[in-house]
Design a protein around this ligand. Structure first.
Ligand code: ADP
Ligand code: MG
Length: 268
């Protein structure tokens, strides 16, 4: 009898990040509750929701800055117990930059801390300056730069650490509308080149549509959760005038409007 060879069993795809039954309470106030969310390797996922719904709270858990009151958060199957180098975080404010260091030295900082030699750091810095379009500003210091340029430095600095996952909390929130649009397009280009796993927090529907593979819409708090998840399969770069883009924006806008009304109804 011919020996039957069992078909190869592919290992189960491990989620890049996995949140199960997550709750965060601040004293009596339950900000988020019962959140289940899987972030797939190499996807760009946006957490979209009205102001105050708990987006930053969830991102802080993923970054290991805080622990959930209930539930679990795992990265590649391991619980997250604190900040780790595989998780890079880009904040809304560029205060995290070192103003006394040049742009190049800001980008070199992480690799230097990891013990990379100066000779090995040079190409890493050059590559990341190129990636974010700042090759001409290598010797400038952050205070000499515009807000958009400072956010480029933050992105380059985080990516120079080769993180598996990049967490971004409204990184363009403090920028003017024009710069913001440029930065969204830039980040889309950078992501297509790098394909890091990204979790990006925003309250801006267009920002989410330009950047995401999936959009997780949050409900209004208290006890906020993931209300719905949209797959965004539109080709990149996204065409904001295409009918499928406009349709999806309309659908998500309706979804969010309900939540904004709910949260306004709860104001004293
Ligand atoms: P978002 O980022 O979506 O705007 P946050 O995650 O910052 O919202 O906040 C969610 C809710 O949790 C808000 O009602 C906020 O006031 C509350 N909150 C956030 N951090 C704290 C804290 N440290 N103590 C008490 N309440 C908090
Ligand atoms: Mg926030």
């Amino acid at each position: 009898m011919a020996e039957t060879v069992p078909p190869p069993i592919s290992p189960p795809a491990i989620a890049a990040l996995s949140l199960r039954g997550v709750r965060v309470a601040f004293g009596e106030f339950v900000a988020v509750d019962d959140v289940d969310l899987e972030i797939h390797p190499h996807e760009f996922l946006c957490l979209l929701g009205p102001s105050g719904c708990g987006k930053s709270t969830l991102l802080a858990l993923m970054a290991g800055f805080a622990a959930p009151s209930a539930g679990t958060i795992e990265m590649g199957g391991e619980p997250i117990t604190g900040p780790r180098p595989e998780l890079g975080v880009v904040f809304q404010s560029s205060d995290a930059l070192f103003d006394w260091l040049t742009v190049a030295d800001n980008i070199a900082f992480g690799p230097r801390m990891r013990g990379m030699s100066k000779v090995d750091r040079a190409p890493v810095v050059a590559e990341h300056l190129r990636l974010v379009g700042l090759s001409g500003a290598a010797d400038k210091r952050p205070p000499q730069l515009s807000g958009g340029m400072r956010q480029r430095v933050q992105i380059a600095r985080v990516l120079a650490n080769s993180p598996d996952i990049v967490l971004m909390d409204e990184p363009f929130g403090a920028l003017d509308a024009q710069t913001r649009t440029v930065m969204q397009r830039e980040l889309d280009r950078i992501w297509r080149e790098r394909k890091n796993t990204v979790v990006f927090v925003t309250h801006d529907i267009d920002e989410a549509l330009i950047l995401s593979d999936r959009i997780a819409v949050m409900s209004a708090g208290p006890k906020a959760g993931i209300k719905s998840v949209y797959d965004v399969t539109l080709p990149r770069p996204r065409d904001e005038d295409s009918s499928s883009y406009v349709d999806l924006r309309h659908q998500i806008r309706e979804d969010i409007a309900v939540e904004v009304e709910k949260s306004l109804g709860e104001q004293p």
